[in-house]
Design a binder for this molecule. Sequence first.
Ligand code: HEC
Length: 155
Amino acid sequence: MRTMLKLGLAGVFLAGAAIAPASAGDVAPMDVKFTDDGVQASLTGAAGDVAKGRAVFSNRKQGNCLACHVNAEQKEHSFHGEVGPPLDGVADRYSEAELRAIVINSKKVLTDETLMPGFYSLELGARINKKFADKTILSAQQVEDVVAYLTTLKE
Ligand code: HEC
């Protein structure tokens, strides 16, 4: 009885801490298939939404991509970091599958040493709070939305 109560409370706590709740039918983080050409299949089985992806990109609690990347397409935001390369014309340099792989877990595609977080990976790094251990920063849908947005960044 006591154990059940504890488990129940833990469940409520974890639900409250969820950054990006998973949806049934999404590819789970550990089941993502990386190939030499990137991640071919949509994580949700559907195409992402460009406008929503644009919002996730600049949202400080979600993608927060502007913290590290210049993106001329989002001029309305004053601060653009320069930790990573500018993303202007990034769709000319990478395919959709490559962009998906970079957003999911850049360590698998760019370099092991990268400062860029894996947005759909459970390998967040040693310093991450244990309570987030089974969570991803973005949901599968948010990854697809960001990828859809990135594919519009052409020069
Ligand atoms: C903490 C900093 C940081 C954040 C936040 C970050 N990135 Fe990056 N990103 C980098 C760095 C650094 C690189 C370059 C790879 C390297 O050498 O480490 C990079 C590389 C990339 C590349 C490849 C660019 C190229 O021209 O080679 C893409 C695409 C990219 N990031 C997209 C994103 C998106 C989309 C987001 C938000 C969802 C994001 N990044 C958030 C640091 C960051």
